[in-house]
Design a protein around this ligand. Structure first.
Ligand SMILES: Cc1cc2nc3c(=O)[nH]c(=O)nc-3n(C[C@H](O)[C@H](O)[C@H](O)COP(=O)(O)OP(=O)(O)OC[C@H]3O[C@@H](n4cnc5c(N)ncnc54)[C@H](O)[C@@H]3O)c2cc1C
Length: 326
């Protein structure tokens, strides 16, 4: 029987270690296959997070619980990952198109003389291989790619694209501990994170994004208020990042982050092709813009033509009232 190895990621949001939603999406997706399923978790929280995995039908869980793996280091991660692969011998390795996945997978794939298909949005499972649908040319078209002569097939899926299901049940996986025998050439001393408690844009289910229509940095407060009421993460266009109003980690688009939330509210954003490249996979797009001819309206599910300085506070107030009753 074909075998798949999942590379899973954890988050420690609000002090509690849990699997990232994108990793739960991978676990959900592979339930569609009859393949043997195994997974890999790295870092000192790995065994704690393992409890969450007991009902996902995994036959083995490889863990490396060394504290030096708590911060991503390409050197150590690639070595431990390769060790897991030598033991697991899967046909396919599946991970998330996160910054870690994109850095790690090509290193490990090169070690196994294979390649990576990244930015996948759908999988088609056949026999002991998989075909991957992915966007090209900034989302202008989609291609379906498959591997030729690859001993192990490495695939990275975009977050928020695969359907999430409840764990189907089953027995807990057998835990296999991995060693840390690599002599290190580099050590990561510290990771300085942004101060936001909100979910990263790539993981967020609701995003409120602002553009140059907001006129100045201080007006992003309007979006923060709306975001707080909706439990949304705030994003931005490149124009306002370049103007220094907000940091680059908030930028959505071709040279920023690719997002696919259930709801994307674009406020004072014109909808340039480079912005659309990063958010057109959103399930519902709401555009608020004073120019009825703004290109964003061609992509929007719902459009509001008007002054954002009137509409956004009114929306925030209405959502606050409505959601208070739920
Ligand atoms: C190589 C390259 C890469 C790029 N990468 C990215 C990228 O990753 N992400 C990205 O976003 N851009 C990117 N850009 C820039 C992109 O081309 C646009 O310049 C940018 O997206 C415009 O940002 P904006 O929509 O905020 O500003 P604008 O285009 O200036 O639009 C502002 C909008 O606000 C509206 N508005 C004004 N006042 C109000 C009001 N009171 N109420 C409501 N609406 C109002 C206007 O009608 C207008 O539509 C890239 C460009 C290049 C060349």
């Amino acid at each position: 029987m074909a075998k798949i190895l999942l590379y899973l990621e954890t988050t420690a949001a609000s002090g509690k270690v849990q699997l990232k939603r994108s990793s739960l999406e991978l676990l959900s997706e592979v339930q569609r296959t009859g393949w043997t399923k195994e997974a890999l978790l790295l870092g000192s929280h790995a065994e704690a997070a393992a409890a969450e995995l007991s009902a996902w039908g995994l036959s083995a869980l490889y863990v490396a619980g060394d504290a030096s793996l708590d911060l991503y280091n390409p050197e150590t991660y690639a070595a431990v990952f390769a060790e897991a692969l030598e033991k697991s011998k899967p046909q396919v390795v599946l991970g998330t198109s996160s910054s870690t996945g994109r850095d790690l997978f090509p290193r490990v794939a090169a070690h196994f003389q294979s390649g990576v298909i990244s930015d996948g949005v759908a999988c088609e499972w056949t026999g002991d291989t998989v075909k991957i649908r992915k966007p090209m040319y900034s989302g202008k078209c989609f291609v379906t790619g498959e591997f030729l002569n690859a001993p192990v097939k490495f695939v990275l899926m975009r977050p928020n694209q695969l359907a999430l299901i409840a764990a189907p049940g089953g027995s807990a996986p057998q835990i296999q501990k991995l060693g840390m025998q690599t002599p290190l050439k580099t050590v990561i001393k510290e990771l300085v994170k942004g101060t936001s408690e909100k979910l990263d844009l790539t993981e967020a289910n609701v995003i409120v994004s602002g553009g140059r229509g907001l006129k100045e940095a201080a007006n992003f407060k309007l979006l923060q208020d709306l975001g707080d009421v909706l439990g949304a993460t705030v994003g931005a266009s490149r124009a306002v990042v370049d103007a220094g109003w907000v940091p680059h980690n908030m930028q959505v688009g071709q040279t920023g982050k690719t997002v696919a939330p259930s709801l994307y509210i674009a406020v004072g954003i014109s909808g340039a092709i480079q912005h659309l490249a990063g958010m057109s996979g959103s399930k519902v797009i709401v555009a608020i813009n004073s120019d009825a001819n703004a290109p964003i309206f061609q992509k929007a599910t719902y459009g509001v033509v008007g002054d954002l300085f009137q509409i956004v506070p009114a929306l925030t107030e209405e959502f606050r009232k409505t959601l208070a009753h739920h």
